[in-house]
Design a protein around this ligand. Structure first.
Ligand SMILES: [Zn+2]
Length: 354
């Protein structure tokens, strides 16, 4: 972002033909959007409700993409902007009645123009190199960086953004992006801080990226995960809809849950105790375990964990049935639990459950 916008400015300077006759300056290639406050600078409609003073970043988009300069204070409809911040990429600009910027620029107007351009440039230099408010980021960019499409990302953001405390909309959106970038790419927090151009030295950057990650994590656990995981997110009726004709034939049309242990490999910890507790003698690697509760058609009802890699499926299931009151209450007599032979020690608890 930084090098390209610098070039942009230099190009414009080269294309600027200073006409010295009668002390006025002519910019041939930049269109002056007009400074009047009575019309929208984009569509030239008369001022009406929903019009706002055009933010700096949108004026910068207008200048870079459309070579059109709009001075500080011009107004536009908020419908041309994304999140009241950036210019929508496909916005159509009404070209009627525009003057070339050059036609009249006195020396005092020139000073205002340069000051304003410098502040636009400052905005460009200090903005994130990767900005999830940037409307030019497409689905593929979102998938590559976060693992989600733009629509999925927006949906998640809408749910958790009211609970994320931050100074600006841009910060909360980028914080959610940082969280998924960390999980998707495993870049260090220092690297992520640099990608998002977080101000400060590299230690400040690392800390602020890590803090953002942590607050998003807490927010997702509290506000997002319960909507999609855990026995409380489905009614028994909904769970029965996930039965297949095969499971109905064999186990009847009750709730049928398949229990199976799964695991995630992890790196070695610097703590000896954690290393011992996560080492699986069976797989000869360090791992953490989760217990998955699956409905017959593959719908994931719940994932419980994490558990130490040294625990076996039965001790994990025992642990869960001992402590999980919600699951006990949710299950009814006649429900089927499908398990493999690793569970034979906890068969009693399953019988208690129904
Ligand atoms: Zn408009």
């Amino acid at each position: 972002m930084v090098p390209s916008s610098t070039t942009e400015l230099m190009d414009t300077t080269e294309q600027t033909n200073a006409n010295v006759d009668d002390d006025r300056l002519t910019l041939n290639n930049v269109i002056f959007a007009g400074s009047g406050h009575s019309k929208c600078v984009i569509c030239r409609e008369e001022t009406r409700r929903g019009m706002i003073s055009m933010p700096k970043s949108a004026r910068l988009d207008l200048l870079i993409i459309h070579l059109m300069y709009a001075p500080n204070g011009v107004r536009c409809c908020s419908s041309h902007l994304l999140n009241n911040n950036r210019l929508l990429p496909d916005v159509e600009i009404s070209m009627g009645n525009r003057q070339q910027l050059a036609s009249s620029l006195s020396s005092s107007e020139m000073i205002d123009l340069v000051t304003d351009l410098l502040s636009l440039l400052h905005e460009a230099v200090t903005s994130p190199r990767l900005d999830f408010l940037d409307p030019s980021l497409n689905d593929e960019d979102y998938l590559t960086w976060t693992g989600w499409t733009k629509a999925q990302f927006d949906n998640m953001f809408d749910i958790i953004s009211p609970y994320l405390r931050s100074s600006s909309n841009r910060n909360t959106r980028n914080a959610l992006a940082m969280f998924w970038i960390k999980l998707k790419t495993n870049l260090s927090f220092r690297q992520i801080g640099s990608v998002f151009n977080i101000p400060g030295n590299s230690e400040d950057r690392r800390k602020r990226a890590a803090d953002a990650f942590d607050s998003v994590r807490q927010c997702l656990i509290e506000k997002f995960v319960p909507r999609h995981l855990g026995v409380q997110h489905l009614t028994r009726e909904d769970a029965k809809k996930q039965n297949t004709s095969f499971s109905i034939e064999f186990f009847g049309n009750n709730v049928t849950i398949i229990w199976d242990g799964t695991y995630l490999y992890m790196g070695k910890s610097s703590s000896h105790l954690i290393n011992r507790k996560t080492y699986s003698g069976q797989k000869h690697r360090h791992l953490i375990k989760f217990m998955s509760l699956i409905l017959p058609n593959g719908y994931i009802l719940d994932t419980i964990g994490p558990f130490w890699g040294t625990m076996n499926d039965a001790s994990i299931a025992k642990n869960i049935t001992d402590t999980c009151d919600i699951l006990m209450k949710w299950c009814e007599k006649g429900d089927t639990m499908i398990v493999d032979r690793g569970f034979r020690d906890v068969i009693e608890s399953f019988i208690d459950m129904g």
